[in-house]
Design a protein around this ligand. Structure first.
Ligand SMILES: N[C@@H](CCC(=O)N[C@@H](CS)C(=O)NCC(=O)O)C(=O)O
Length: 205
C-alpha cells in the first residue's frame, strides 16, 4: 500500500493527503515527528536526503516534494482532468505549482511559519508584502473563474489551496479577497475533500 510520510500541521503534507482523498486512493499515513527531529534521522534521510516532508512511497517508487507527489498521483491514479497532457494546458497547471513554491511559500506560508511555529528569523514584513501581492493576484484571477485553470479542478487548485486557506494562521486575513474565499468554499465542496488542523471540513448538507 502507498505510504505517505508527513506531519499533521504541514500544509505541504496536506497537499498530498488532499489529492489522495479526492482520488479515493487508499494509503497509510506515517507520521514524521518534525518536533523531535525525526526528519533529520538517518532512517528518514535515507528515504529523503532533503530531510523534509512530505514523501510518498509507492512500491519501488519514492517521490519527495509536495508538487512532485501531486504530479505523480495525478498521472498514476487520476484521469487527465487533474493534470492534462497537452502542452498548453499542462503549462498553465505547472505555472501554479511553481507559484506555490515561490510567491505562496514566500508569502502566506512564511507568515504562518512566523506566527504559528515562531520562526522569528523570518522577515515578516516581506512575508506580509508577498502575501498581499499573491492574494491580490489570485483574487483578480478568480474574479471570473471557478477554478484556477481549465474550467475544472486540477492539481493547481490542490497545490495552491492549503497555504491560502491557512493564511489566517499567519495573521493574514482573507476578508479583502472575496473571490478567493468563494474558491476556498468550492474546493471544500469537492467529493472526497478532507480538512486539516486550521482548515475546517464544511458542515454536512
Ligand atoms: N519543496 C518541498 C518543501 C517541503 C517542506 O518545506 N516541508 C516542511 C514541512 S511543511 C519540512 O519538512 N520542514 C522541515 C525542514 O525543512 O527541516 C515541498 O514542496 O514538499
Amino acid at each position: 500500500m502507498i505510504k505517505l510520510y508527513g506531519h499533521e500541521l504541514s500544509g505541504n503534507s496536506y497537499k498530498a493527503k488532499l489529492l489522495l482523498s479526492l482520488l479515493g486512493v487508499d494509503y497509510e499515513w506515517v507520521k514524521v515527528d518534525l518536533m523531535s527531529g525525526a526528519h533529520k534521522q538517518p532512517e528518514y534521510l535515507a528515504l529523503n536526503p532533503f530531510g523534509q516532508v512530505p514523501l510518498l512511497v509507492d512500491g519501488d517508487t519514492i517521490v519527495a516534494d509536495a508538487q512532485a507527489i501531486l504530479v505523480y498521483l495525478a498521472r498514476q491514479y487520476g484521469n487527465e482532468s487533474w493534470l492534462p497532457l497537452a502542452a498548453e494546458p499542462i503549462s498553465r497547471v505547472i505555472r501554479w505549482l511553481s507559484t506555490t513554491a515561490g510567491e505562496i511559500r514566500q508569502g502566506p506560508e512564511s507568515a504562518r511559519l512566523y506566527h504559528l511555529f515562531k520562526v522569528t528569523s523570518l522577515n515578516l514584513e516581506r512575508a506580509n508584502q508577498k502575501s498581499e501581492f499573491i492574494l491580490t493576484q489570485l483574487n483578480q484571477h478568480l474574479a471570473d473563474r471557478e477554478w484556477l485553470e481549465l474550467g475544472h479542478p486540477t492539481i493547481a487548485d490542490v497545490a495552491v489551496f492549503p497555504y491560502v486557506a491557512l493564511a489566517p494562521d499567519g495573521k493574514v486575513s482573507l476578508d479583502h479577497y472575496p473571490h478567493v474565499l468563494a474558491w476556498i468554499d468550492r474546493v471544500k465542496q469537492l467529493p472526497g475533500f478532507v480538512g486539516m488542523i486550521g482548515i475546517e471540513q464544511p458542515a454536512a448538507a
